[in-house]
Design a protein around this ligand. Structure first.
Ligand SMILES: O=C(O)CCC(=O)C(=O)O
Ligand SMILES: [Fe+2]
Length: 352
């Protein structure tokens, strides 16, 4: 019957608005909600909604996005990640440990931090395309749910490629984004990082964070939040106020990355027209302090795509505790830098 379908479900305490003409949800907690199937059929209002959210906050929810929305629509839908990756056998197995920096495998607690004054209370696991991409093979623990995890990766690809093709490439201009190859060519860089944020104790409120304030470096980031999980992800809005991005059953979260923001400056200008890579963080003791699981997909462009020159001064990105380690970091950019060379440099700054 219909019961096993990942229906869109709104927990009662969340504030939502509805489109009076269609009756569909248009925002939740002030964040745009877009029906992915409407984007797939190039519905003009939905394409507009994605673009306008990308220009203002830089963050939005997608509903009806297929398997991934079904996974967040069910309690325990992401549990297979938890049980197969975060156990003592995996923690003890050095052969599946990620090397520091940009590499795949199990990431122990304290393995990295963006802003050094905070302790980031999480363990994680990173994987990418399962076809060995030049020495970047995945490190699978013995009981990992490899097929399911690969299916999640393919679904992430599908959503990335659809959003790029049906929304962003027209807006950016074919030549600016390097055509289809400009985003599909990023597949070998694309990563899924899952995080198990550790439940917090009473005395540590304020001293620890799930994730330091930062921006993401790529084109887009797609986030699955555990159904019924705690609200911990936040972004900083246009008025510099931190706002919650609660888990909403049957949705995924999308946020714009630095590279997409940079590319948007080539053809467009002014805050109303260019895209926003939002500063965001994950609170540790935010909402009851319970543990939390998230699956985060970083969608990158082709490593050969040129980083646009001359727009880096636009964003001042110094925050409490240091820089946000963002692509828009105000540093002098090497002339003719490719995205790949920049990404490598960014990763060097993340190690503890
Ligand atoms: O766990 C999350 O919800 C987001 C984490 C995040 O922002 C990141 O890893 O870049
Ligand atoms: Fe992020």
């Amino acid at each position: 019957g219909d019961d096993d379908k990942a229906k869109f479900h709104k927990p009662r305490h969340l504030q939502a608005t509805f489109d009076p003409r269609t009756g569909e949800m248009s925002t939740i907690e002030g964040i745009r909600v877009v029906d992915f199937e409407d984007v797939l059929v190039s519905n003009a209002a939905s394409v507009d909604a994605v673009l306008s959210a990308s220009k203002s906050s830089g963050i939005y929810y997608l509903t009806n996005c297929g398997i991934l929305c079904r996974l967040t629509g069910q309690t325990g839908g992401l549990e297979f990640y938890n049980s197969s990756l975060f156990n003592d056998r995996v923690r003890a197995d050095l052969s599946v440990r990620a090397d520091p920096g940009n590499s795949r495998g199990y990431i122990e607690e304290g393995g990295e931090a963006g802003v050094h004054k905070f302790v980031e209370r999480k363990e994680g696991f990173e994987y990418g395309d399962d076809k060995d991409a030049g020495g970047k093979a995945n490190k699978w623990p013995e009981n990992a749910e490899r097929e399911k995890m690969n299916l999640v990766f393919e679904e992430m690809q599908r959503i990335k490629n659809s959003l790029m093709e049906l929304v962003y490439s027209d807006y950016l201009g074919e030549e600016v984004v390097g055509g289809k190859e400009g985003w599909e060519g990023g597949r070998n860089l694309d990563l899924i990082r899952l995080f198990r944020y550790i439940a917090c104790a009473d005395d540590e409120d304020g001293k620890s964070l799930g994730s330091s304030p930062h921006t993401d470096w790529g084109l887009l980031t797609l986030i699955l939040q555990e159904a019924g999980g705690v609200t911990a992800l936040q972004y900083r809005d246009e008025k510099m106020v931190w706002r919650d991005v609660p888990p909403v059953r049957g949705t995924i979260v999308v946020n714009v990355g630095d590279m997409l923001e940079l590319l948007s400056n080539v053809r467009h200008s002014g805050p109303a027209e260019t895209l926003t890579s939002p500063i965001h963080r994950v609170q540790h003791c935010g909402d009851g302090g319970g543990g939390r699981l998230s699956v985060v997909f970083f969608a990158y462009p082709d490593e050969g795509l040129m980083v646009p020159q001359g727009v880096i001064e636009k964003v001042g990105v110094r925050g409490e505790g240091g820089a946000y380690n963002t692509l828009l970091d105000g540093r002098e950019r090497e002339r003719g830098a490719t995205f790949g060379s920049w990404l490598e440099e960014k990763w060097r700054g993340v190690k503890v």
